[in-house]
Design a protein around this ligand. Structure first.
Ligand SMILES: Cc1cc2nc3c(=O)[nH]c(=O)nc-3n(C[C@H](O)[C@H](O)[C@H](O)COP(=O)(O)OP(=O)(O)OC[C@H]3O[C@@H](n4cnc5c(N)ncnc54)[C@H](O)[C@@H]3O)c2cc1C
Length: 605
């Protein structure tokens, strides 16, 4: 949900990444993060070691791909190649308070979804797609929420494979985790300590979080310390994939510590996979390698003696399969791509429909955004990695609850999430261009994320440029019954109801903030529907485009062991295989999927 926020902010200000103030911050922070540059160089050395045949080729070094490359190369006898479209993270990506600046940076690509009248103000949602080692985990909001146990039991039902039940995926969540907060990690039934992925609470709490949390409490959403433990409903301060004020992407957590010392692992950056190489063998169709374009523009073919694993994310994994002739035959034929396997690749896209809903004004002392305060933030972060720059604003605060429309029989699975985003309305603070300095703000947006959407979209090749940005139809609020819009309106109603308990706290409802909806009485159903339709945003939680399922499930692309149906030696392992979207932010579940996949592959299953 954050990128549209950033886009909205900068359009108000006319500020861009070359703003002198942003350049100043970036330079100051880069100088204190020089150690990371040294590590980067040693990683690059590894990249010079070139072969043309490997046991495994992993396409995409994102959240899942970094985990897979690290786990598969643990065996020194196994040769692994990781191909990543982007490069290494920028040093400032590690600074939580600069998270918004990742969006629109060289670490991501901007896609525009197909415009639809019922969402995103009719203009097509903007999607920032990671293109960097660590993928989404390098640029995301770092919120670490696994989802509900009901989600994974549903996966087991849908796939007919109990390995995806909550009971059986929990050990993989724990295996991946290095949970550093004793108040949570003491409970070893739910948490791991010593795994690669660092997780802890941000050290800084934005002052506005205190009245917001009290208001949620008064509205019947009590505090829950650990939403990744026994139960999820309630408000929480979520843990984050950072420690001591620095982000830990999956690349940094899993791969960076080992890449220099493993001669059996090669990480090639700025390498764009164009096609999975397939051959007809006596045993059937077999993936034998990958054709890719390297940083110099050369087209290279590499062979995989065992498997090709596609981990290019839920928008690009389907693109690569489609380019390889694996997909719906009707779609491929219209593009003139020879069909090798007729599968519903790209269908069933799910995301948490986001709405950047109701705004509250936030003045001093809760929200200070003057130049001196910012300078002090910078000094503090440089000296101790603490203070406002050590936090993603107030994004750790959130609430999970069930609406009146929640599906019966789904127990304690939430269908709505409330989130809080700070933003800056700069006409109030003068000509100084402060956009993008997202850790100091004067507005709080109470946003809604629809956790159990009925509407599904799709990803397809763009006929005019199949290798370019794929076509993405999010289909937000596109379900026939209107369930998604009605549920979202329920969430927005809670955001409006917060006005009463927030009175006299320094947070006041900004009645001017949704001018497109000014024809409707503030807070009415018509007003809230209008807010939902005009401030819609992706939550960046794309899943389900290569979903797993039973052998007789015509919507499944991969089986429950993540093997592409009808093609030997080819798996998909990333967020795209999820058969339904988890009821929480999707990164933790993606790591779990990659851990399960690595085990399956290593056991030869
Ligand atoms: C802005 C943003 C904010 C988010 N905030 C949160 C959050 O706070 N908490 C949370 O839980 N989740 C969050 N998410 C979602 C989370 O990051 C994703 O669910 C997760 O990263 C998905 O992992 P993946 O491995 O499927 O894909 P990715 O992490 O996107 O990795 C795919 C990788 O494949 C590479 N690639 C693509 N095509 C090719 C190709 N042809 N050849 C080679 N490489 C290729 C890409 O460069 C990328 O590195 C956010 C995502 C974004 C983008």
């Amino acid at each position: 949900m954050v990128a549209s926020l950033a886009a909205g902010t900068s359009s108000v200000n006319g500020c861009d990444a070359s703003s002198p103030i942003l350049v100043f911050y970036a330079a100051a922070l880069s100088s204190i993060l020089r150690d990371h540059e040294a590590q980067k160089q040693s990683a690059s050395e590894r990249e010079r070691d070139e072969r043309t045949e490997y046991d495994y080729i992993v396409v995409g070094g994102g959240a899942a791909g970094s985990v897979l490359a690290a786990r598969l190369s643990e065996d020194p006898a196994t040769k692994v190649l990781l191909l990543e479209k982007g490069g290494h993270e920028a040093p400032e990506a590690r600074v939580p308070g600069l998270m918004i600046n990742n969006i629109g940076s060289a670490m991501s690509e901007l896609y525009k979804a197909v415009p639809e009248p019922q969402n995103c103000n009719g203009t097509g949602c903007l999607l920032n797609v990671a293109a960097v080692l660590g993928g989404g985990s390098t640029i995301n909001g770092m919120v670490f929420v696994r989802g509900s146990d009901v989600d994974f039991d549903t996966w087991a039902n849908l796939t007919g494979d109990d390995r995806w039940s909550y009971r059986n995926v929990l050990p993989y969540f724990k295996k991946s985790e290095d949970n550093l907060d004793f108040a949570v990690n003491w409970d070893r039934r739910f948490h791991g300590h010593g795994g690669p992925q660092k997780v802890s609470w941000e050290s800084y709490r934005h002052p506005a979080m205190t009245p917001l949390a009290a208001a949620l409490n008064k509205l019947g959403l009590p505090y829950r310390r650990d939403v990744n433990g026994r139960a999820q409903l309630g408000q929480t301060i979520a843990q984050s994939t950072q420690v001591d004020g620095e982000r830990w992407s999956t690349y940094r957590s899993y791969l960076e510590p080992v890449v220099a010392e493993r001669s059996n692992l090669r990480v090639e950056t700025f390498a764009i996979a164009r096609k999975v190489l397939l051959e007809e063998t006596v045993a059937g169709l077999q993936a034998v390698g990958v054709k890719y374009e390297n940083a110099g523009g050369q087209v290279i073919e590499v062979r995989a003696s065992k498997e090709v694993i596609v981990s290019a994310g839920a928008l690009n994994s389907p693109q690569l399969l489609l380019l390889s002739g694996i997909g719906p035959s009707k779609h491929l034929k219209t593009l003139g791509v020879p069909v090798v396997a007729d599968l519903p690749v790209g269908e069933g896209l799910e995301d948490h429909t986001g709405v950047l809903g109701i705004r509250y004004k936030c003045g001093p002392p809760l929200c200070a955004f003057d130049w001196e305060t910012r300078q002090e933030d910078l000094r503090q972060y440089k000296s101790s990695r603490e203070g406002a720059l050590a936090a993603t604003n107030m994004m750790q605060l959130m609430a999970f609850f069930r609406s009146k429309l929640a599906k019966p029989g789904t127990g304690h699975q939430p269908d709505l999430q409330l989130l809080f985003f700070g933003t800056t309305q700069t006409e109030e603070i003068g000509p100084l261009c402060l956009a993008g300095d997202s850790w100091r703000v004067n507005r709080v947006i109470v946003g809604v994320s629809l956790l159990r959407p009925e509407s599904k979209g799709w990803v397809r090749l763009n006929a005019s440029d199949p290798h370019g940005t794929p076509l993405v139809n999010l289909n937000f609020f596109g379900d026939d019954q209107g369930h998604d819009l009605a549920t979202t309106v329920e969430g927005l109603r809670v955001a409006v109801r917060m006005e009463e308990p927030l009175r006299n706290t320094g947070l006041t409802l900004d009645t001017t903030s949704n001018p497109q909806c000014a024809d409707f009485p503030m807070g009415s159903d018509d007003f809230l529907r209008c807010v939902a339709r005009t401030t819609t945003t992706t939550a960046w939680h794309w899943t389900g485009t290569c979903r797993m399922g039973r052998d007789d499930d015509s919507s499944a692309v991969v089986d429950s062991q993540l093997r592409v149906r009808g093609v030997r030696g080819l798996r998909v392992a990333d967020a795209s295989v999820m058969p339904t979207i988890p009821s929480g932010n999707t990164f933790a579940a993606t790591i779990m999927v990659a851990e399960v996949a690595a085990d399956l592959i290593r056991r030869g299953e």
